[in-house]
Design a protein around this ligand. Structure first.
Ligand SMILES: O=P(O)(O)OC[C@H]1O[C@H](O)[C@H](O)[C@@H](O)[C@@H]1O
Length: 590
């Protein structure tokens, strides 16, 4: 207990955890304490979380990205020993306390005076079983029924609160997904759902407060035998069968109720050894597709082949190569817990980032002419032109953060502006028709629908129908993201937070742009400073999570991109705490 005490000092950070895709596997856990606004005593240890919803100072390690926006919050930590400098802090006992707390929160939320049903699923991480047992113990100890789904996707867990099917004991009252998305093998965490969606920060805060009290009451005996303790039931249910059969039905229906609408298609899947392997055997094959050449479908919590992350270049290279090697019509790739995805056409052209957004926009705008597409802030100018001029829709370029984007689309609808798609360059995309859930598998189903209906109407040509949908999308020749770090211990911060410092940098840059007539500030902009000039644009903004100012530059030539870089470089040079080395390198003459 004493050892845990020390370790847990920084644990159970309640993050709207939107991880650092770029840094992939390196995520040291050394937090600076200055951002820790809220602390709870957790059995003599401290339970800490960031105040994330109001965008203030979060001083995290440079590699770690916790989150700032409201949305699904994931408690996460280190669940497996073995990485130097990363002691285990997501222990069984902590997990058990959190499970009891979630159950008690749910009882209050549902005003229930009955036993609740709570589903538990997990991705392919090696700590999954241990955490599933601990969570099950907590829930059953609290007197509620546990339904274990085993290997599952995050969106399926939310779905289990909505599906109505007695055979699968659905709907459940609440659901817990054990996942740390694409983070390294030693990490793990929890996402919580009710039928209203993923829990956000205020609810997580409430749960963690309860967990802290519960943890205090725990004794060594309570937790030592590792078994389920009460008479409450623990069942295993193969929910993924129900979830996948719904996906299959959706494609069949869209193709005019054809049993095997993908007959004749060869589609390869890359699940990166995460939870998404089901898609080949349980979705594509029943629909008639050949899936040979699919790879990394077997769950392996060490992720030996590549990071399961469609934003990762190696991962995209792997699926592209698989498509080309197998002469397949189409390729699909998922992240670990299948809330994100990307695709590849038969020529090896990647549908990710702006291109995936363009493709999804084309599909959604066919179904809902004129609708508003909400995206994150780093999308290309060419995407706006494509959505507005070619597709006749409206592009609402909002902020980074998939929940920011989703919440904004929901808000627009509530004020009378119709929106059916909220999608980020990260590969998170949510549709109104799918309860605004960011489900990577469902996004791919929308693409399959298109393939299937093209085939049903006699068109051949593999994935050409999709490739054609993005014809006319102007893409920049150069697109870079440079991440300028703020050194939080630098005297130039004068005791202030990195966020205040970053805002000062942005203000200074903005003022300097006002004086330069060759440059135009974006007339509508929701975060940072976005500027057009030299045939391209740049956006400097504060990271959602890190002490970093990400700088995106897009231009039609390297020279023009450098000119834009120099504008930023000139404005930020006085800010001594800003590490501009990445930018300096970029603007250097070749
Ligand atoms: O602000 P940044 O540090 O670039 O991070 C922002 C991004 O973080 C993660 O990748 C999330 O999944 C995204 O939803 C979010 O947009």
């Amino acid at each position: 207990m004493a050892a845990w005490g020390k370790i847990i000092h920084n644990v159970i950070i309640s993050n709207c955890h939107q991880e650092n895709r770029q840094f992939g596997t390196k995520c040291p856990m050394n937090y600076s304490a200055s951002h820790m606004r809220d602390r709870l005593t957790f059995g003599g240890v401290k339970l800490v979380w960031n105040d994330i919803s109001s965008m203030h100072s979060v001083n995290l390690s440079k590699y770690r990205r916790s989150s700032v926006n409201q949305g699904i919050v994931r408690c996460n930590g280190v669940a497996v020993a073995g990485v130097e400098g990363e002691p285990v802090n997501l222990t069984e006992l902590v997990s058990e306390a959190i499970a009891v707390a979630f159950a008690s929160w749910l009882v209050d939320k549902k005003k229930a005076d009955r036993r609740l049903k709570i589903s538990i699923g997990h991705d392919s991480r090696i700590s999954a079983q241990m955490l599933q047992d601990a969570i099950s113990r907590g829930i059953s100890t609290a007197g509620h029924d546990v339904i274990q789904y085993g290997l599952a996707s995050t969106p399926a867990m939310f779905n289990s609160t909505l599906s109505v099917d007695d055979a699968y004991t659905c709907p459940v009252d609440g659901s817990i997904m054990i996942t740390a998305s694409h983070l390294p093998y030693n990490r793990n965490g929890f996402k919580f759902f009710t039928n209203s969606g993923g829990l956000g920060k205020p609810d997580i805060k409430d749960i963690l407060e309860r967990a802290a009290d519960i943890y205090k009451k725990f004794t060594a005996e309570v937790s030592s035998d590792g078994g389920i303790k009460t008479s409450a039931s623990v069942k295993r249910v193969d929910y993924m069968t129900l979830y996948t059969s719904d996906l299959v039905k959706a494609v069949r229906k869209a193709a005019g109720n054809i049993e095997k609408p993908l007959k004749g298609f060869h589609i390869v899947v890359d699940a990166g050894n995460g939870a998404g392997g089901f898609f080949a055997g349980k979705v594509l094959e029943p629909l008639g597709a050949v899936t040979s050449g699919s790879q990394f479908l077997e769950p392996d919590g060490f992720f030996p082949n590549h990071i399961p992350n469609p934003e990762d270049k190696e991962a995209m290279k792997a699926i592209t190569q698989a498509v080309l090697n197998n002469k397949a019509d189409f390729g699909i790739i998922f992240d670990t817990d299948v809330d994100r995805s990307a695709a590849v056409d038969s020529t090896g052209r990647e549908f990710n980032r702006n291109r995936l957004i363009a493709l999804m926009s084309a599909i959604v705008l066919e179904e809902h002419p004129g609708t508003t597409i909400v995206t994150d802030s780093v999308t290309s100018d060419g995407l706006t032109t494509f959505i507005e001029k070619k597709l006749g829709g409206k592009h609402h370029r909002f902020k980074r953060g998939y929940k920011n984007v989703i919440d904004e689309a929901i808000r627009l609808n509530s004020v009378g502006e119709e929106s059916h798609l909220a999608i980020e360059t990260s590969g998170h995309g949510a549709l109104k028709e799918n309860h605004w859930l960011d489900d990577g598998a469902y996004l791919m189903v929308k693409l399959l629908n298109k393939l299937a209906s093209a085939r049903a109407s006699g068109l051949s040509g593999g994935s050409k129908v999709l490739t054609e949908l993005v014809e006319g999308l102007e893409e920049p020749v150069v697109a870079v993201e440079l991440r300028l770090k703020i050194n939080q211990t630098h005297p130039d911060l004068k005791g202030g937070s990195f966020r205040e410092y970053g805002e000062a940098v942005l203000k200074y840059l903005e003022n300097s742009i006002d004086l330069d007539h060759k440059l135009q500030k974006a007339p509508i902009n929701y975060e940072g400073v976005r500027v057009s000039g030299f045939g391209g644009w740049f956006l400097l903004r504060l990271s959602l999570h890190d002490p970093v100012l990400p700088l995106n530059i897009e231009a039609q030539s390297h020279e023009d991109a450098v000119k834009l870089g120099l504008v930023v470089s000139a404005a930020v040079k006085e800010f001594a705490a800003l590490d501009t080395s990445a930018l300096d390198k970029f603007v250097q003459p070749a």
